[in-house]
Structure formats: C-alpha cells, structure tokens
Design a protein. Structure first.
Length: 177
C-alpha cells in the first residue's frame, strides 16, 4: 500500500467534496481510504463507497456497484450534519451494517486491514498533543501491499517524530526494514 498525505487548511476541508472524490473512486473501481478528522471514507474495487464515524460506529453508504446513493449532508464553515442511516461493525474480514429497522448485511471482500487502520488512527489523533492533526487528510491507495512510508518521513500519527522512531516497528512487527 502506498500513501500520500495532504495537509489542508480549514477553508479547503469540505466533506461534500470528499464524498464526491470517494464516489468517483468507487465508480472507477479504485480502492481508497480517506480520513478527514474523525471521519473515514472508503471506496472499493467492487464500486462501493462508505462514510464511517468510528466514535459512534455510524455508517452511510455513498455508492453501491459504482452508482452514487443519495446522501443528506449539511455543512457550514463551523459545523456539519450527516444523515447517518446505518451502524456498522467489523468482524475479521467482514463488514457488517445494520439499518434502524434491524435488517443487517454482511459484506466480505473490502480492504478491511486498511479500513481498520484508518479507523484506529483518528482515536490516536483525539488523544495526541497536536489537535491540528485532526485536520489532516490522508489518501491511501490500495495496491495490495503494506503501508509504505519512508522511515525518515514524519510519522502518520502526528507525533512530530520520524516514522522510524515512532510507529514503524509496531506497523511492521519484528520484520527487518
């Protein structure tokens, strides 16, 4: 997996724009994971796209089989509101969504490792000493390989340390890099 990080100013951050981006990626069958503050957007090679709120395990389907779905998102310079219509949970390689009616669906084949990694990162950002990191967008391209981050690049967690002195060992286990 390769990664590109892009710092955006508050004026550049726009949830609707990220929805459009991830829906385009889904239409092109391009698996991506995008983090915007605490929110996680992802598209899959099957043409699905989702928006997740990991803190409350809320989900919103943005596209299915490459076709955009209607969404209810209101956004201003200070606040945003999302019309969540499902909850989700992850169990191994399964992505399980449930509607308020109680109807649930289990999906297999999504890039769960990358999604879980993205879901866990916002939690670290909340507890970090650099709140501006929550304004960071990270786009991750699924190439079927592990996260490739240069050892001398800043760590993805926003600690300010080089990757090699922060999360590199934890991300790659005991394998030699």
């Amino acid at each position: 997996m390769t990664t590109r990080k892009q710092q955006l100013s508050r004026e550049q951050i726009n949830i609707k724009r990220e929805v459009e981006y991830i829906v385009r990626r889904a239409a092109e069958r391009d698996a991506r994971v995008v983090m915007l503050g605490p929110l996680v957007f992802f598209s899959t090679e099957t043409g699905d796209a989702w928006l997740l709120d990991p803190s409350d395990q809320l989900a919103l389907c943005l596209a299915r089989d490459g076709d955009p779905r209607p969404v209810n998102i209101t956004e201003s310079a200070e606040t945003f509101a999302i019309g969540w219509d499902m909850t989700y949970q992850i169990s191994g390689d399964r992505f399980i969504v449930a509607a308020p009616s109680g109807q649930s669906r289990t999906i297999i084949g999504y890039p769960m490792r990358e999604i879980v990694r993205a879901i866990q990162r916002p939690q670290e950002f909340k507890h970090g000493d650099r709140p501006e990191v929550a304004q960071q967008i990270e786009r991750v391209v699924n190439t079927g390989h592990d996260l490739l981050l240069g050892r001398n690049e800043p760590c993805w967690c926003g600690s300010g340390k080089k990757y090699k002195h922060c999360h590199m060992k934890a991300d790659h286990g005991s394998e030699r890099l």
